[in-house]
Design a protein around this ligand. Sequence first.
Ligand code: SAH
Ligand code: SF4
Length: 348
Amino acid sequence: MRPDRNELIRLLSISDKQELENLYKRAYQVKTQIVGRTVYFRGIIELSNFCIKNCFYCGIRKANPNVSRYMMTKDEALSSAIWAYEQGYGSIVIQSGEREDPEFTDFVTELVTEIKSMSKGELGITLSLGEQSEKVYQDWFNAGAHRYLLRIETSNPELYAKLHPHDHSWQRRLSCLRSLKKLGYQTGTGVMTGLPYQTIDDLADDILFFYDEDIDMLGMGPFIPHQDTPFVDYLNGFDNECALERGLKMIAVCRISLKDVNIASTTALQALNPTGREMGLLAGANIIMPNITDTKYRENYQLYEGKPCLDENASLCRGCLERRITSIGESIGYKQWGDSRHYLKARG
Ligand code: SAH
Ligand code: SF4
């Protein structure tokens, strides 16, 4: 059933501590009943920080001269993927700044093909490489990628226009999402919470957008200002607590209203509080994306300030994550893809 907009606004407006606790508990109950208490890992490989875009909020936007740009070699990316496979991670996510040139898109096709064959088809591959032509999405799908994450950032085109330069198109982003679905990808989207100019009504409309677009997976996180962006002024008086609460509330309301989708507890939550990702799981999320990028590249992939685990290698990350997850009574779905129930249901 399509969620009721007024009810969404009511839930997203909760600020009383006790009522908030009740909201998280309710979301956790829905999660337990519908998707269970198993957390699935998607090891994230930050392939490159070259980007042709200039989103106003992002630390690796093209116009930021203070970033030293890198692109992993195929062997480096492959060895991270092999590491994830050997650890029993069910899936990886390959993420990057956006590039549409054939040198890059062909490189990704080859990389996906090799990861598939190296893991005998067992490792699930999610891509998060921005807007591309349908042909490129098709090539990557044929090579073996089966999920794609493309955040709409906001479902409100007018708000989108305030967050991006004129040549960035909300319509194109939407048509990319629809192409991905049409091609058969498990399709993920999401928004940032606490964006400049964003209202609670916008967030309620975001949830209705997820419903209407029949989205399988969600990756949402708080907007965190970055010093080398046009939104640097939002660093003044930025309230971590408030941003965290807004992010958690959005997860909880999405779980309650959309029920069977996969929802990631994102690193941005952890940037605001060392236990932010566990809080995300307790508010209804069921996916975690541990960073498995080689530490030598991590400091150059800072989309926002205060990104955690910059100097911690992937195996340390794994140990600390495992402890954190078991400490809240959940288990980890090693060697499983953990596909979205929503997706599986739709395809019978
Ligand atoms: N270039 C691709 C993927 C990398 S960016 C793309 O844009 O789709 C991945 C996500 O990082 C973006 O979708 C955005 O929601 C998030 N992000 C960027 N800047 C951020 C910031 N300052 N705070 C929080 N999240 C941010
Ligand atoms: Fe590039 Fe993605 Fe950052 Fe936008 S959000 S500047 S597309 S990396």
